[in-house]
Design a binder for this molecule. Structure first.
Ligand code: PGA
Length: 255
């Protein structure tokens, strides 16, 4: 069975004390996390080291970075390498979030390098893909998502690919309060899985966790997580409050 995952993407939110307080609340409820759900918290870089140290060995929670450099080391002012992340115990990294693509000009070619940089050092990438509203309205959504996956992931061998987590996040649903319908989510997730099967094989496709992201909240999580090919969620706004994040985690455990 593939792993169910609920990951909270805090983006550029929370001052230090707010961040520590939110993380402590989440940890308080750790014993109540469903055993079949992997919980991931992704705060801004500067909190990673402290959070990573707080997370206790063997518990069902991991810390993720929101981005990393495709370079290994050297004169790249402001950048953080995958190796640095690994050295403080980070095992996951979000790669290719639509905000990175749109606001920071990250191309599929660059993301391919970031994917390689993370996998090389033993960090599991949470690779984001998803179409814009225009692309959906003009029927280009499948083509767009396939291109993102092909160009950034399909060069990997089977062993490496098994370490990838995919997050389908339609751009028009991110932070807008408009979520994809369960039918839209299932249709795209099934499409992604089929393309993985075509590229690799059925066995590999059945093991890859594909998360949904985009205005997921405690109210709509139930119907979305009930979809056969949805293996959890990448949660933005609703992960900034411990109550709603915990409700979403529990919902994931029910499916
Ligand atoms: P949202 O963000 O849940 O606030 O829509 C999701 C994301 O960007 O990962």
């Amino acid at each position: 069975m593939r792993q169910k995952i609920v990951a909270g993407n805090w983006k550029m939110n929370k001052s230090y004390y707010e961040a520590v307080s939110l993380f402590s609340h989440i940890l308080e409820f750790e014993d109540e996390f469903p055993s079949n759900v992997k919980v991931i918290v992704s705060p801004p870089y500067i909190y990673l080291n402290e959070f990573s140290a707080k997370q206790k060995e063997g518990r069902n929670i991991s810390i993720a970075a929101q981005n990393c450099s495709h370079e290994q080391s050297g004169a790249f002012t402001g950048e953080v390498s995958a190796e640095m992340l690994k050295s403080i115990g980070i095992n996951y990294c979000i790669i290719g979030h639509s905000e990175r693509r749109a606001l920071f000009g990250e191309s599929n070619q660059l993301l391919k390098k970031k994917i390689d940089a993370t996998l090389k050092i033993g960090i599991r990438p949470i690779f984001c893909c998803g179409e814009s509203l225009d692309e959906r309205n003009t029927g280009l959504h499948f083509k767009t998502v396939l291109k993102q996956i092909e160009e950034a992931l399909f060069h990997l061998n089977e062993e490496a690919f098994l370490n990838v987590v995919i997050a389908y996040e339609p751009v028009w649903a991110i932070g807008t309060g408009v979520t994809a319908t369960p039918e839209q989510a299932q249709e795209m997730h099934a499409f992604i899985r089929k393309e993985i099967e075509n590229k690799f094989n059925k066995n590999i496709a059945s093991q890859i966790s594909i998360l949904y992201g985009g205005s997921c909240n405690p109210e709509n999580a139930k119907d979305i997580f009930a979809c056969a090919d949805v293996d959890g969620g990448l949660i933005g706004g609703a992960s900034l409050k411990s109550n709603s994040f915990l409700k979403i985690i529990k919902e994931a455990g029910n499916h």
